[in-house]
Design a protein around this ligand. Structure first.
Ligand code: SAM
Length: 272
């Protein structure tokens, strides 16, 4: 990683540098985003649609699911690997809400089955917490019928290296320090503030994707990116599922043997 890139990241981690970058990107004509925009997206896409918030609990206690219901969504679900919290239960009770909480890992087929095909899928603050982000995106694609609202933490683009990404676990303290965003107000980043904590599971930060890597993963998983709101360390994307979702179809044993015979006959398979 070049010194120039490290300096750029450090500058963007200062409040002033970050603000200047936002002004510069806005002047360039880019949409500059913020976490606060999520509520507006939910209000825009929820009415009349089924809705699910994947990762609905930490710090928000189902707020986006309740907002979607208030905005006129039907069959609203919130999914998380823990909870429901007392705050979630209280809000559900006070509103006489029909929001359904699904306890489960959204990448597991069993959870996907319980959620079911859903018009609008919100997934905010989850992707960088998964060791296999592509699998998570494929799971979202299998759920999503109309719109994916995806927000995730990212790292600044690396000039000359499109689709670059950083895997955080096992980095030493010096290298982790670059990705520590406490100067921008983040309280604690498990696996970055301190070393990787296996017992914390998805609580860890796994991947620092650049915006180009994120977009390539999303498109490969079977989404069209309709809109991007950029930030120095996060992206919010509005996506629609495309026809050809990624899938590797396993042949049945007879077909598989036939493929094996064809590969051998062609003589193209060599040890790599
Ligand atoms: C950083 S919080 C984001 C909370 C909220 N969506 C927001 O944007 O403010 C991540 C949430 O996703 C949940 N989560 C992480 N991995 C998950 C998974 N594989 N399936 C379902 N929920 C997951 C966490 O438990 C946590 O509640």
């Amino acid at each position: 990683m070049s010194l120039r890139y490290r300096l750029k990241v450090r500058l963007l981690k200062t409040r002033r540098g970050n603000l200047l970058w936002r002004h510069w990107r806005a002047r360039r004509g880019d949409t500059v985003g913020s976490y606060a925009d999520l509520a507006e997206y939910v209000r825009r896409f929820a009415p009349g649609n089924s809705f699910v918030d994947i990762g609905c609990m930490w710090g928000v206690n189902g707020d986006f699911a309740f907002l979607a219901e208030e905005a006129g969504a039907r069959a609203v679900k919130g999914v998380d690997v823990f909870g429901p919290t007392p705050e979630f239960e209280q809000k559900r009770h006070e509103r006489n809400s029909a929001v359904e909480f699904v306890l489960g890992d959204c990448t597991q087929p069993e959870t996907i089955g319980r959620i079911g095909a859903t018009d609008v899928v919100l997934c905010a603050g989850v992707l960088y917490h998964h060791p296999a982000p592509f699998d998570l995106l494929v799971a979202l694609r299998s759920l999503c019928r109309k719109t994916l609202i995806l927000r995730t933490s990212t790292i600044p683009e690396m000039p000359g290296v499109p689709n670059a990404a950083v895997f955080y676990p096992m980095l030493d303290a010096d290298h982790r320090a670059l990705w520590n965003l406490s100067s921008l107000g983040l309280l604690h980043q498990v696996g970055i503030s301190d070393a990787f904590e296996p017992q914390q599971g998805y609580g860890n930060w796994f991947w620092g994707l650049t915006p180009s890597a994120l977009r390539s993963l999303i498109e490969t998983a079977g989404f069209h990116v309709d809109h991007v709101a950029t930030e120095a360390f996060a992206q919010t994307l509005l996506c629609t599922p495309v026809e050809s979702a990624f899938r590797h179809e396993l042949p049945n044993p007879v077909q598989a043997q036939q493929v094996g015979a064809e590969v051998s006959a062609a003589g193209v398979a060599r040890p790599a």
